[in-house]
Design a protein around this ligand. Structure first.
Ligand code: T46
Length: 142
């Protein structure tokens, strides 16, 4: 077994800060694939009209990388690499959470009117999802 295969994928999960251009007209933030996020952006989707008691996520991706933003309001994301769990609160549209492959994620505690935008490295593919935690845990044994 190599040192690499022993290292935890959680090490790559991190907050990414985007540039902001502010003037009296307001703030402008931009994002370039391969520059501000570590992949070419092949899909964008967003969650809105989310009930405050909603729980979303509850899966991992085999290959997909994503950066998740709260464009408005706030919510919590709990990430889990099969060994360790970490919790992040997103509430700033300039700051996204990068989540690499093989990370279980759960999202909850949505504020009223929260809008979640996600930049993704691949088109939608249901075959890329692992939606059963026991199966995920089995595949992340180091
Ligand atoms: C993730 C979190 C943050 C599509 O048809 N195309 C899409 O691009 C997406 C994202 C979803 N769908 C369909 C699949 C399901 O029938 O929309 C339905 C709801 O998807 P899901 O239950 O996976 O939604 P969330 O909010 O639990 O998870 C989503 C993403 O699927 C997931 O990749 O990381 O947001």
């Amino acid at each position: 077994m190599t040192a690499d295969s022993l290292s935890s994928p959680m090490g790559s999960v991190r907050l990414i800060g985007l540039p902001v251009v502010s003037d009296p007209r307001g703030d402008l933030t931009f994002v370039e694939g391969g520059n501000h996020v570590p992949f070419q952006i092949r899909r964008v989707y967003y969650l809105y009209n989310v009930p405050v008691d909603s729980e979303r996520g509850g899966h991992a991706h085999r290959e997909l990388e994503q950066v998740i933003f709260a464009l408005s309001g706030s919510f919590r994301i709990t990430v889990d690499d099969g060994r360790e769990r970490r919790e992040f609160w997103l509430r700033d549209p300039r700051t996204g959470l990068y989540i690499n492959r093989m990370i279980w994620r759960e999202m909850d505690a949505f504020s009223q009117g929260a809008v979640c935008m996600v930049l993704a490295s691949q088109p939608y593919d249901e075959a890329d999802y692992i939606r059963d935690y026991a199966s995920f845990a089995e595949q992340t044994k180091y």
